[in-house]
Design a protein around this ligand. Sequence first.
Ligand code: ATP
Ligand code: MG
Length: 444
Amino acid sequence: MLLSKLFIPILKNNPSEAKIKSHQLMLRAGMIKQASAGIYSWLPLGFKVMKKIEEIVRQEQNKIGAQEILMPTIQSSEIWKESGRYEDYGEEMLRIKDRQNREMLYGPTNEEQVTEIFRSSLKSYKSLPQLLYHIQWKFRDEIRPRFGIMRGREFYMKDAYSFDVSDEDAFYSYNKFFLSYLRTFKRLSLTAIPMAADTGPIGGNLSHEFIILADTGESKIFTDKRIFDLNSNDTKLEKNSLQQMRKKYEQYYSVTDEKFNKEEFEKVVSEENRLITKGIEVGHIFYFGDKYSKAMDASVDLPGGKKDFVKMGSYGIGVSRLVGAIIEAKYDDKNEIMKWPLSVAPYDIALIPMINKNDSSALDKAININKELVKNNIDSLIDDTEENFSSKIKKMNLIGAPYQIIIGKKSDGNLLEFKEIGKEIENLTLAKIIEIIKKQKNLN
Ligand code: ATP
Ligand code: MG
């Protein structure tokens, strides 16, 4: 892609309405454009990043056997009246009337809708377990939409739902999602810590929030530091190993302020391991048993001829929030450098030729380099403008492609000036550069 052709309305200065880094940067790099309070259009750069995050989320859902569906954004109030949440949800729910005067709503979440699909489709325990998910826009009329897409009113969420015949099976489903969340956030190069959480308006008895550390986060967290050293690499998708994996995480105290208890914290965590800080919630999983299936009469036939309500859980990931969360985690404020993880970067590499009016040889060289990159599935952004070197570098540091090739006077012969953003320049052949990037891609 040529930078001169890219739709990227870059801003020179920080817009005054943006209070945190990710919001500033997303506006400055032309990733999003506000449409109205808490509602945004996604421009090419931002949309590309979000779609890559979405794809990783999708792959990790598929790996645990969840099946993708797509439910509508607009729902009927009827099912919400059945569950009792039409009243309970309060002002966060955007309520609409259609031309027949029917009460509709823009879905803030989909427990009711998916339960309705389930109850009218499946009747036997033999069809269980079922794990269904969709990736769809949600609307919550947040009282204080802020921080750009981090707390929007319209936002993009992956929400999954599990249906099981017993508590024991349901915990197995829960643990599959627990693992899939750890894997997903790892591929986004984030350390997200599962924290015991309150179940809030969704209700129920088992819940974890997945939180990444960030000073600008809205969740206050209290943890035993040692939880950060855990990994789940060797976990198999099998009942016992999943249970042990969750136990391994749960042995360390880690909660948000809703569940915080000072006495307990000080009793179970020795002073040197205590960490009190802030974080961003990027995912949230719940087990709530028959809360919805009972209210909405979603039951299955059991082996002995009896019936029972299905046991359900729900599992959310804030796909649009993650774009901002990754920026909060990766932005180097001191050097004003963004470095996207290669797995979600808008471009893999920036080609920066030094061009002046009567000499296009550096640009020609960049275009030739790009041909090789394309053959290797490496996506590049070529700065074909005639701006000076330092403003070119500034712009690419803002866009945040993780690698750069600088094509100037010095890059005669086979060696190219290559750098991983934020690191020193190295002189390497194109073949070597391609090897480095492909190797990194394979790690994802
Ligand atoms: P929060 O405490 O941040 O309001 P929540 O507990 O209401 O979150 P859930 O209902 O569990 O959120 O939704 C699942 C995920 O959707 C959250 O973990 C978060 O990443 C994302 N999310 C929730 N509300 C918003 C919002 N207003 N804007 C962007 N993302 C959101
Ligand atoms: Mg909320």
